[in-house]
Design a binder for this molecule. Structure first.
Ligand code: TXA
Ligand code: MG
Length: 354
């Protein structure tokens, strides 16, 4: 089924039948240098032929993306890595074996075939093999590696359904493959494998605990636990304001009862200033608050579920015209580390610890 939104063609694709006609058409668009948004298991990506400088340049324009934030190159099999990256260390091979296809991006020394606008001038490239039938079918059909950032307008929460992509990018890209809701809900883990031990640059679906189990030591970059621009950040994308609804986000972190008390205090203060306050909390906390807008993002007993709802919930506040969103944090264990990393950045570092 095809639908045209401001000139962008939107096709529904059943993930159970990824070889369908629209995928072949999307692959043709990519080969011709166009832009196609497609589902992955993490978030929707905005794809272009990674070997074409001209095609890649269009991604930065469509998203309004700063030109010093490098893109991840997506492949459909491990054999394709050698053409894109060189000096692949045994640790990286081991990680591919364990976690690919899946939400893990490996940063490796780049091969010359990848133009410098993909890596923003860096001598390294991020590579990943997504675990989604539509993404894999598209990359295979295109026959080239696909550079793809998240398919949101720069600064917005990443898209977990095709509607988010359309909201941000309709009229700016050629095509959207709508494969329904993504699974993990936040972006891949980014691991710098050019150093030993490898350094975690962005927490994501593959957790530190999972990485450590397979390769032993992993160093967590200090930028992961802050929202501030660290000096010369190693993952350049981490320094920008990100994941933000229109409202100012404030993250409150600590034991549940203290968080609830602090959020109530802050709500009162902001309301005294005449501001309209929204609260984003776990379903367990829902009953603790009385506010004009309260949106739940899952159960504290199910952190992967919370990760899945995180971005769509942040986005939903735009429909409620609030000035401030007070968000409950989660424990920084497992995928909780990635949730807290995104929330700190959505809050631009406005974190209240209790
Ligand atoms: O799950 C994902 O990774 C999604 C889907 C579409 O695959 N993609 C995604 O791309 O999140 P993007 O562009 O939104 O984020 C890419 C991140 C940025 O933080 C960027 O700085 C980092 O990866 N990155 C890319 N290449 C890098 C490199 N050579 N060195 C260090 N960091 C790099
Ligand atoms: Mg992004």
């Amino acid at each position: 089924m095809e639908n045209l939104v401001k000139g962008t063609r939107v096709f529904a694709v059943d993930p159970a039948r990824p070889e369908a006609e629209p995928v072949a058409e999307a692959a043709a668009v990519l080969r011709k240098g166009g832009l196609v948004a497609f589902p992955t298991e993490t978030v929707y990506g905005l794809g272009a032929n990674a070997t074409s400088e001209e095609a890649v340049a269009k991604i930065f324009v469509a998203k309004g993306r700063p030109s010093d934030n490098p893109l991840i190159v997506h492949v459909a099999d491990r054999e394709s890595v050698a053409a894109i990256a060189k000096n692949v260390p045994p640790t990286a091979e081991k990680l591919m074996e364990h976690f690919w296809p899946g939400p893990l991006t490996l940063v490796l020394p780049k091969q010359p075939v990848i133009p410098l606008n993909v890596t923003c001038g860096l001598p390294t490239v991020g590579v990943r093999m997504p675990n989604h039938p539509v993404a894999l079918a598209l990359i295979r059909a295109a026959g080239v590696p696909i550079a793809a950032p998240s398919a949101n307008a720069s600064g917005k929460p990443s898209p977990t359904v095709a509607e988010h992509v359309i909201e941000d990018l309709a009229g700016r890209i050629d095509m959207v493959l709508d494969g329904g809701e993504t699974g993990v809900g936040l972006e891949s883990t980014v691991l710098d494998c050019t150093v030993d031990p490898p350094v975690l640059l962005r927490p994501g679906g593959v957790t530190v605990e999972m990485l450590t189990e397979v390769i032993g030591q992993v160093v967590v970059d200090r930028g992961v636990h802050s929202a501030e621009a660290v000096e010369a950040p190693r993952s350049p994308g981490m320094k920008y304001r990100h994941y933000s609804p229109k409202a100012q986000v404030i993250l409150v972190d600590g034991p549940v009862l203290q968080m609830q008390a602090k959020i109530k205090d802050l709500m009162y203060e902001y309301q005294q200033e005449g501001l309209r306050v929204g609260i984003m909390c776990s379903m367990e906390s829902r009953g603790a608050y009385q506010a004009p807008v309260i949106l739940e993002y899952g159960s504290r007993d199910d952190l992967p579920g919370m990760a899945g709802d995180l971005f769509s919930t942040l986005r939903a506040f735009d429909r409620h015209a609030v000035d401030v969103v007070l968000v409950e944090g989660v424990p920084s264990v497992g995928i909780g580390m990635a949730i807290m990393n995104r929330l700190r950045r959505a809050a631009s570092g406005r974190v209240v610890s209790v």
